[in-house]
Design a protein around this ligand. Structure first.
Ligand SMILES: [Zn+2]
Length: 437
């Protein structure tokens, strides 16, 4: 017979936990059961009791506050009274199946997040030429904001809510790229300058695409490879001419790939930050007690230019950048504690930003309250839009939520999907609640 709440084993579990007065370990729990049952204790009873404990957990009587610890839920006595006569097993199975079908629906969410990520990383948009990205994002957020505008520099600014503290989020739309600035008179090969932090050891053999669609191959001249001037771009058509003139900007080409829980792509810096911002807007559904400005900024890679004008325009009370950060979990990686799969990275310091204690604690407390995995970020090189926002007007307390990333500024940047989810959870939690800073 499946047990009901009147079952004596259930009463046994409840009595043990009530007498303990605090959560107890699996081991201590088993010892108590053995002590009470004495000689009549059998292994089969133990298994049955352990299953009952799980069933009681799923119907909200017993809690599992930390791995291996058990206690009574607050209000357990009333819950037990509610369950009087209910078949605990049937209820447990009903709730478990409901949870499973809810989880089965989740991949849909993460599939749509991946598709959005793919669309954004594979779309062309070097600094100063973010219009294609802006168009995609504007479509995505059309129903998620109360007001959408584009400022004079090209930032897309989306307001959600009004009246509360003004919070400015910044995720940058641009990606590192280059611009052809000289054509060799005899060969026709193009020389170029960087738009953002190009690393020379990633260039040879890489492909770029110019605004007019021309594909170029970057190559290195014999004996070179240390300086940008050692490289050239081949855009020859084979009939004596070049497919594109100088003055054209270019971005790198590479398809996104998913390997288990990892995303590998170019331009995750910072299109994945844009994804975090968009998904947060989706989850908020325009409900917030605060006045939020989601800025999708331009020209971050060439000196945080978009964030400067966005902050001057919005005049926020608080700033939050959403951007990638490095990780220290590679072979001979840098000395950095951030790792992939470790959760949202809450910035503490980088060369452009010392995060105010109140902002850092606000984020940590949110993670603790909501059970969001997080890690603290101390970045030795580089900075984000937050360092520009903090300097606007008379100063804006600012922080940064970072997505841990390997192989930054290469065409194979790598992030962990769980970390991205944690960043979305954290930002949503911060913005959906009253802010007291
Ligand atoms: Zn970035």
């Amino acid at each position: 017979m499946p047990p009901t709440t009147r079952d004596s084993s259930i009463q046994l579990i409840i009595n043990i936990l009530r007498d303990a007065g605090e959560p107890i370990s699996n081991q201590r729990f088993d010892d108590e059961v053995r002590r009470i049952l004495g000689d009549s204790y059998k292994q089969s009873q133990h298994i049955r009791i352990s299953n009952l404990r799980t069933a009681l957990r799923s119907v909200g009587v017993v809690s599992h506050p930390r791995r291996g610890l058990w206690g009574l839920m607050p209000g357990a006595e009333e819950r037990i009274a509610d369950l009087e006569g209910v078949n605990i097993w049937a209820e447990h199975i009903r709730l478990r199946d409901a949870k499973r079908s809810e989880e089965a629906a989740e991949p849909q969410d993460s599939a749509s997040m991946l598709e959005l990520t793919r669309k954004l990383v594979e779309t062309w948009g070097p600094p100063g030429y973010e219009h294609r990205i802006r168009d995609i994002i504007r479509d995505e957020v059309a129903d998620l904001a109360d007001d959408i505008s584009v400022d004079g520099l090209g930032n897309l600014i989306c307001r959600v809510g009004s009246g509360g503290p003004k919070v400015l989020m910044a995720a940058h739309m641009d990606e590192i790229g280059l611009m052809a600035n000289y054509q060799e008179p005899e060969s026709g090969y193009l020389r170029f300058t960087n738009l953002g932090g190009l690393m020379t050891n990633t260039l040879n053999g890489n492909r770029v695409q110019f605004e007019d669609g021309t594909v170029g191959v970057i190559a290195v001249q014999n004996g070179g490879g240390k300086a940008l001037g050692d490289f050239f771009i081949d855009v020859q058509e084979g009939s004596g001419g070049n497919a594109t003139p100088v003055g054209q900007p270019a971005g790198f080409m590479r398809e996104m790939q998913v390997r288990g829980g990892r995303i590998i792509a170019k331009s995750l810096d910072d299109r994945i930050g844009c994804v975090v911002a968009i998904e947060t807007m989706r989850r908020l559904g325009r409900q917030t007690p605060n006045e939020l400005y989601f800025a999708f900024t331009v020209q971050e890679e060439v000196g945080l230019r978009g964030a400067k004008t966005a902050a001057q325009g919005v005049k926020p009370d608080i700033g939050i950048a959403i951007d990638v950060t490095g990780s220290g979990d590679q072979i001979r990686g840098r000395k950095m504690l951030v790792k992939l799969g470790g959760g949202a990275a809450i910035k503490v310091h980088d060369p452009g930003l010392i995060v105010p204690l109140a902002i850092k604690n606000w984020m940590i407390e949110r993670c603790e309250a909501d059970g969001i995995p997080y890690q603290l970020e101390l970045l030795a090189g580089g900075t984000t839009d937050a360092s520009a926002i903090q300097m606007a007007d008379a100063g804006v307390p600012s922080g940064c939520i970072s997505i841990p990333t390997r192989y930054l500024h290469t065409t194979s940047e790598t992030v962990d999907i769980g970390d991205v989810e944690a960043c979305i959870d954290l930002l949503t939690g911060l913005l959906a609640n009253d802010i007291k800073i």
